[in-house]
Design a protein around this ligand. Structure first.
Ligand code: UD1
Length: 422
């Protein structure tokens, strides 16, 4: 498994292109299962999670082709389709559960492995299940698989969510497009990836109102057609690269960046003393003088501060002036980067869902272990600010969510290289 070696201390200047959103693309790809016509996604990110979703869809009988240097995904699901999503693929990536809603809507049945927990928490699927049951599905758990059936087809219903789950909103939205009658999702997730999915489904002929708000109304249709859709910018990759000049000084323009995708996050950067400016091509982030100011953060569903940027923000706070409190409210076990940052000389105490970070003048390079996707990149960011070399081991997590991080950061002046390990 490869390692990434970062030598800290360089200021960063230049432009970083931001890719299409992994999390949007992973929800858009299963939408192919809703139609016999071709669905083409442009601006796709080149990531191993996208390859995993490709394999899953192929295993179900879809044709999936990667074109234009993997920037375009051309899909077609003429059928017949298999309705079983195997544990071997689902366990690798939780987002595999997004085939449940579309398969059930199109085929009237689906057998999808329960993904199981992952490093950041238990991550149950009760909200997905309750929602699909409200649409008339019968769902049983047998042998680790969810067996879902809707012999007479799905029927529109009022679906109140106990929590605004992103994945459950996506599954329910896709299922509802082909249900009979009207579905109203209450307390729906409002993430930009939901808006992107709804936009694509609408191009396919779905009748959806309210995506991006807490109440989404879907009028079911008999069939959906094909479409071509460009994937929205990855706000988490954007936020991550906005933190790079914040952490080690410099001036970076994130190409394709949009302030409306990262408003809460940009407000925190501003409070920490980092300037964020909209440009014609994206967002420009600069740190001009001195240490950043410690700030407090609490993760929240969109439009709040994203949990997927908490680890990276912690890396910034490690060298801030003062004490910051980072509260994690979405996942129960999302501070695994903290012990690794301690190895680099950070001062962090974790009590329950809150990490208290007392900024130090300088971090020191060390060998560290990447435990999950966002934790891995936080260690790279910390390495950019540290004295000496930081070796981030087990970077396969990183390749799930960041395209060639070493090339993007290397191009703006970071000393960073990938070292293949046998
Ligand atoms: C998505 C994102 C992930 C992000 C997360 C929260 C994708 C592919 N992944 O994950 O990067 O960190 O949103 O913004 O888009 N929950 C339940 N029951 C359920 C569903 C969820 O209890 O049925 C809990 C989860 O355990 C978690 C919280 O709700 O604690 C948030 O989960 P959810 O919004 O569903 O996240 P994902 O869709 O899995």
């Amino acid at each position: 498994m490869d390692s990434i070696v970062v030598t800290g201390g360089s200021e960063l200047t230049g432009q970083i292109p931001i890719a299409g959103a992994k999390n949007a693309c992973l929800a858009l790809m299963p939408a192919t299962l809703l139609t016999e016509e071709p669905l083409t996604l442009m601006n796709a990110p080149r990531l191993s999670d996208i390859k995993t979703m490709t394999l899953l869809l192929q295993s179900l009988g879809s044709e999936v082709q990667s074109l234009a240097d993997e920037r375009v995904i051309a899909m077609s699901s003429l059928g017949p389709l298999s309705t079983t999503a195997d544990y071997d693929i689902v366990r690798k990536m939780r987002a595999s559960n997004l085939v449940l809603g579309p398969l059930l809507a199109r085929e009237g049945e689906a057998v999808v492995s329960l993904p199981g927990g992952c490093a950041i928490g238990a991550r149950p699927m009760d909200i997905h299940i309750t929602a699909l049951e409200a649409l008339g599905a019968e769902i049983e758990l047998r042998d680790g698989y969810l067996h879902a059936k809707a012999p007479g087809g799905l029927k529109g219903a009022r679906v109140p969510f106990r929590f605004a789950s992103v994945g459950a909103t996506e599954n329910t939205l896709m299922a509802a497009t082909l249900a009979k009658g009207t579905t109203v999702i209450e307390n729906a997730a409002r993430e930009p990836e939901i808006i992107d999915l709804a936009a694509c489904l609408s191009k396919m002929g779905a009748q959806i109102e309210g995506a991006g708000t807490s109440t989404i109304e879907v009028q079911g249709v008999d069939r959906l057609g094909g479409a071509t859709h460009s994937v929205v910018t990855d706000r988490i990759e954007l936020g991550t690269y906005m933190l790079a000049p914040a952490i080690c000084g410099g001036d970076i323009e994130c190409l394709g960046g949009r302030l409306d995708l990262v408003t809460a996050f940009a407000e925190k950067l501003d409070a920490a003393g980092i300037s964020v400016e909209e440009t014609e091509a994206g967002l420009r982030v600069a740190r001009k003088n001195g240490r950043v100011t410690a700030i407090d953060v609490s993760t929240q569903p969109f439009p709040g501060f994203p949990t997927d940027l908490q680890a990276q923000m912690m890396a910034l706070m490690c060298t801030a002036d003062g004490v910051s409190h980072l509260e994690e409210t979405i996942f129960e076990n999302r501070f695994m980067h903290a012990p690794e940052l301690l190895r680099m000389g950070a001062d962090i105490e974790v009590h329950g869902g809150t990490a208290t970070v007392t900024g130090v003048e300088r971090l020191k390079g060390a060998p560290v272990m990447a435990t999950d996707l966002r934790a891995s990149v936080s260690l790279i960011l910390a390495g950019l600010a540290a004295e000496g070399d930081t070796v981030v081991n087990r970077v396969y997590h990183l390749d799930r969510g960041y395209e060639h991080v070493e090339e993007k950061l290397g191009a703006v002046g970071a000393k960073i290289e990938r070292v293949p390990v046998e």
